[in-house]
Ligand binder design. Structure first.
Ligand SMILES: Cc1cc2nc3c(=O)[nH]c(=O)nc-3n(C[C@H](O)[C@H](O)[C@H](O)COP(=O)(O)OP(=O)(O)OC[C@H]3O[C@@H](n4cnc5c(N)ncnc54)[C@H](O)[C@@H]3O)c2cc1C
Length: 519
């Protein structure tokens, strides 16, 4: 997947695309891949990098959403569980089975998911990942030795999926290319083109060169997450906002806080949230919060009270209380929740997806979650093809293997999440053993991955590599800062940039990564 080639495909084509998709997060990539794989001529435009927005900042769960059961939203859970099963089948290199323990304490008087988990198992049907079961106090502590033993009665174990969100985004873009689609990062949509009252394309700006393009399309899809309203306003300055952005924060801790393979799931915190502590890439991700925020941004910042909330709640369940000094990275993401009636807390607003066609023919898809990205894509393309009068083509993504698909691999191989691409990275090392050296002693990443990310995964900046091709920024922000100069050097060499570019990149990255640190 090469950006120059993609740009040429845009610059060299004057005709109509079938689909132009705005937004390169989970939703846009789901739509883009669905459309391209049906044979539609499809272009996806992302203003920054793929999954720069919400889609790299999730809890990393492929889940039915146990808590929606409590809200009685069975169809949402059913759909998500089905999608969970499909994703594990289609991207086994990126999605794994994860055991979750719901601890049961004497003082606990909220809902406890003993019986509820059986319903969850039943809804998953043959795509289930394993049966939930009750655990004694001893069994619970054996699985999670750092769980607070005082007052512990036992627990329930259930299974869900876990994944790497931004890696999946890159692999979806690659799969799109394999089906003739054109995904482009650093290409911002700045407006629409019109044929009378109807939208017939977009204007877009290459954020690297400043070049501007007019691109025509039979249908345009707005898949811009929390930026949905900005795009709706481009279409109609008087458009009513439909998004309530809700911020969720995670902190990342050392694995010593949660040794072993099991995650903790706390069904109800004081503001009615679910709190997770999940092992991820040899660290522990703890979160999340649900804070309504007035503004949207590509780099939302965690609030002090959100960090305090997570640390305070983690301390209730863990024997060793984590402190601010233990936090290796803190990241915030914005949920694109669709507006509900006044006075509802954001924790209670629907997590269903929302598909609407404007009078101008613009198709907007938002809400939902990563787990259901494929279904959102399918529903959107069905609708959009109708709007555009395109020839009906069946959806094939249920059984479509995602780039990198590999079923049997060594989980302990640090390159395993590349799936079938891992051998090519090893070839880079074979050709030049220096490329096998680690970028930092505290990170598992090697130099060859930087080269691979530039050549095959459209990484354009140091941040693209350290935040989304690798996950260094999210796992250990300080170590990622130390690794930045070497990443900048390798990238400058690969991309043919000069020393100034290298220095600018280093500085920009350090400025950004400091925001992921508390001390
Ligand atoms: C804290 C948190 C935890 C979550 N955890 C989970 C989880 O564990 N499991 C799960 O299934 N879901 C989870 N979700 C939900 C999931 O992450 C989101 O539903 C999903 O990522 C939204 O994707 P999106 O593509 O709609 O939005 P985004 O990822 O934000 O993508 C929108 C993209 O549009 C681009 N864009 C905007 N304007 C323009 C323009 N003018 N031109 C070009 N591009 C533009 C942006 O740059 C952005 O990249 C979580 C969400 C949050 C906030």
């Amino acid at each position: 997947m090469n950006r120059e080639e993609m740009i040429k495909k845009v610059a060299g084509y004057d005709g109509y695309w079938d689909f132009v998709v705005i937004g390169g997060g989970a939703t846009g990539l789901g739509v883009g891949l669905d459309a391209a794989s049906r044979g539609y001529k499809t272009l996806l435009l992302e203003q920054h990098d793929f999954s720069k927005g919400t889609s790299s900042r999730s809890t990393k769960l492929v889940h039915g959403g146990v808590r929606y059961l409590r809200q009685g939203n069975i169809s949402l859970v059913l759909e998500a569980l089905h999608e969970r099963g499909l994703l594990i089948r289609n991207a086994p290199h990126l999605v794994s089975h994860q055991a979750f323990i719901v601890p049961n304490y004497e003082w606990w008087n909220g809902p406890f998911y003993g019986a509820g988990m059986k319903v969850y198992d039943l809804l998953a049907g043959r795509l289930g990942l394993g049966s939930s079961k009750h655990l004694s106090k001893e069994e619970t502590l054996k699985r999670i030795p750092t769980l607070e033993p005082k007052g512990l009665r036992g627990g329930v174990v259930y299974f869900d999926g876990q994944f790497d969100d931004s890696r999946l985004a890159v692999n979806l873009a690659q799969t799109m290319v394999e089906h003739g689609g054109v995904p482009l990062n650093y290409m911002k949509v700045t407006g629409f083109t019109w044929a009378g009252e109807m939208i017939d394309g977009v204007t877009a700006k290459n954020m690297e060169t400043g070049d501007e393009y007019e691109i025509h399309s039979r249908v345009v899809v707005n898949a811009t997450g929390v930026f949905t309203d900005e795009v709706l306003k481009m279409e109609n300055p008087g458009a009513e906002p439909i998004i309530t952005p809700s911020q969720g924060v995670h902190v990342v801790l050392d694995k010593e806080f949660l040794p072993g393979d099991s995650a903790i799931m706390v069904p109800q915190t004081t503001d009615g949230r679910v709190l997770f502590a999940v092992p991820w890439h040899d660290k522990v991700v703890v979160g999340t919060t649900d804070t309504e925020v007035p503004d949207v941004s590509l780099e939302p910042r965690a609030l002090e009270e959100e960090i305090k909330f997570i640390l305070d709640h983690a301390a209730i369940y863990l024997t060793k209380d984590p402190t601010r000094d233990d936090i290796q990275s803190v990241f915030a993401g914005l949920r694109p929740l669709v507006k509900a009636g006044e006075g509802k807390s954001t924790a209670a607003i629907s997590r269903d997806h929302y598909l609407v066609v404007s009078e101008s023919g613009l198709v907007t898809i938002t809400g939902g979650k990563w787990t259901t990205y494929r279904k959102m894509g399918e529903d959107t393309v069905n609708q959009a093809a109708l709007v555009a009068g395109l020839k009906d083509q069946p959806c094939i993504t249920k059984d479509l293997r995602i780039h990198g698909w590999l079923k049997h691999f060594d989980e302990h191989d640090p390159l395993s999440y590349y799936g079938s691409d891992a051998i090519y990275i090893k070839k880079i090392v074979n050709a030049d053993p220096a490329m096998g050296e680690k970028l930092h002693k505290k990170l598992s990443y090697i130099r060859a991955e930087v080269i691979w990310a530039v050549r095959e995964e459209m990484a354009r900046t140091v941040e693209d590599f350290l935040a989304r091709r690798s996950r260094a920024l999210f796992l250990d922000a300080r170590a990622s800062i130390d690794a930045a100069p070497e990443v900048a050097r390798i990238m400058a060499e690969e991309l043919g940039y000069d020393r100034k570019w290298q220095m600018d990149q280093e500085n920009a990255y350090v400025g950004l990564a400091k925001e992921y640190l508390l001390t």
